[in-house]
Write a new protein. Structure first.
Ligand SMILES: Cc1cc2nc3c(=O)[nH]c(=O)nc-3n(C[C@H](O)[C@H](O)[C@H](O)COP(=O)(O)O)c2cc1C
Length: 167
């Protein structure tokens, strides 16, 4: 039986989406069944507000999305970094899921230059939702050069594949 993974991400201006979609493509090329979930904000907020929400570790509502963990072997979660922290939409997703039931969770983020507390915040969010935070990967779009997306996507997938049971 094939392995199943959920790749869920939020993206406002497209970087995290581009990385998330490339991760899905590479996982599928490894014959993993992938549910790709793009989180959508329930309401439009200005940049200052979303930055402030991230800094204060607040949540922001997301639209209804199907996320069934039944038979899933791995979760891959991605977010932009705002004010050094993950965007508020990933917190809302994890709150909605409630219990990750010990699933391994590979993390990725995108930022311009610096991701400060993003890794520790994401790890904490996954732990408190009952998941096992695994490797964290970041694409620093202004620093990493043109092949940054491809390199980060490949390393997310390399670390994901070894976490999956042999099919
Ligand atoms: C409100 C706001 C705050 C941001 N804060 C940071 C930051 O702390 N560090 C950083 O390197 N980039 C920061 N950025 C840049 C974004 O992290 C970067 O553009 C990211 O790739 C956006 O992801 P997206 O295109 O998927 O929305 C910020 C952008 C916005 C709009």
């Amino acid at each position: 039986m094939s392995n199943r993974a959920i790749v869920a991400f939020y993206s406002r201006s497209g970087h995290t989406r581009a990385l998330g979609l490339e991760i899905c493509r590479l996982l599928e090329a490894e014959t993993v069944l992938v549910d790709c979930i793009e989180l959508e904000a329930e309401r439009e907020l200005g940049l200052l507000t979303v930055g402030a929400r991230s800094l204060t570790h607040s949540k922001e509502p997301i639209k209804e999305c199907e996320m069934d963990l039944e038979g899933v072997n791995l979760l891959v979660l991605g977010t932009p970094v705002w004010g050094g922290s993950p965007g508020p939409y990933m917190r809302s997703l994890l709150e909605r899921v409630g219990d990750l039931k010990g699933l391994p969770v590979v993390l990725f983020a995108t930022c311009a230059y610096g991701d400060r507390k993003a890794e520790s915040d994401l790890r904490e969010m996954v732990r408190t939702t009952g998941g096992r935070p695994m490797e964290y990967h970041v694409w620093r779009t202004r620093k990493d050069g043109g092949d940054g997306l491809a390199r980060v996507a490949a390393s997310v997938v390399d670390t994901s594949i070894v976490l999956l049971p042999r099919p």
